[in-house]
Write a protein that binds this ligand. Structure first.
Ligand code: G3P
Length: 226
């Protein structure tokens, strides 16, 4: 499983990229608003993220018709070679994904909550599909079980005839709220987890690691003073 960072915060991206395990970034309108982003600065902001990370960077369209999504998607894709156009799962989004995929522009279909949505997204040519985990949990449903179903269903078929350049569609476990979500996504075989920075830090840490490190350092002092 690869790790993406789910943020539009440049400092977080810079820091996480320096850890050596970051494979991409996903943004969305809410994440851009959270960092105080302004409309006019959006292309520049995405361009900067694309410089900071050596991997796909999802930038989301907010249009509601096929042609407008395609137009915005082309503009976003022109920002940098590693931009992935993020498109909501809806009829117009599927139609736009087909057009963009046929032009060789990779699409991440977002706001995916069900198996039929995911399979339709793959058939429409999506390069990535983002099932949301935490938002199911928010409404007292089992987000991990839904993700597991999507991973299984997509794994049942070969979508290479549908995607950009015959690449295999990849599942991005999104709306991740805990290190356990990350662990379970890896166990069920999700291709990618897109993780908020705070959760990524928690994925690195464990109290037994801290305790063990403390003991090793103390013992090494004894060795030095022996
Ligand atoms: O990138 C989309 C997704 O990860 C959003 O997560 O926490 O707003 O449900 P959340």
């Amino acid at each position: 499983m690869k790790f993406f960072l789910d943020t539009a915060d440049l400092a977080e991206i810079e820091e996480a990229a320096s850890w050596g395990a970051l494979a991409g970034v996903t943004t969305n309108p809410s994440l851009y608003a959270r960092v105080g982003g302004k409309l006019a600065d959006f292309p520049k902001h995405i361009a900067r993220i694309c410089e900071l990370v050596d991997g796909p960077v999802s930038a989301e369209t907010v249009a509601m018709t096929r042609d407008e999504i395609v137009r915005d998607g082309r503009e976003l894709a022109a920002i940098a070679p590693n931009v992935v156009v993020k498109v909501p799962t809806m009829v117009e989004g599927l139609a736009a994904t087909r057009v963009l995929a046929d032009e060789g522009i990779p699409v991440n279909m977002t706001l995916c909550f069900t198996v039929p949505q995911a399979v339709l997204a793959a058939r429409a040519g999506a390069r990535y599909i983002s099932p949301f985990v935490g938002r199911f949990d928010d409404i007292s449903e089992d987000g991990l079980a839904q993700l597991d179903d999507v991973v299984t269903a997509i794994g049942n078929y070969d979508f290479t005839a549908d995607t950009v350049n015959g690449e295999q569609v990849e599942i991005i476990a999104a709306s991740i709220r805990s290190a356990n979500h990350v662990a379970q996504a890896a166990l069920m075989g999700a291709d990618i987890a897109t993780v908020p920075f705070g959760i990524l830090k928690k994925c690195v840490q464990h109290p037994l690691t801290d305790r063990g490190l403390e003991a090793f350092l103390k013992d090494w002092e004894k060795v030095q003073n022996a």
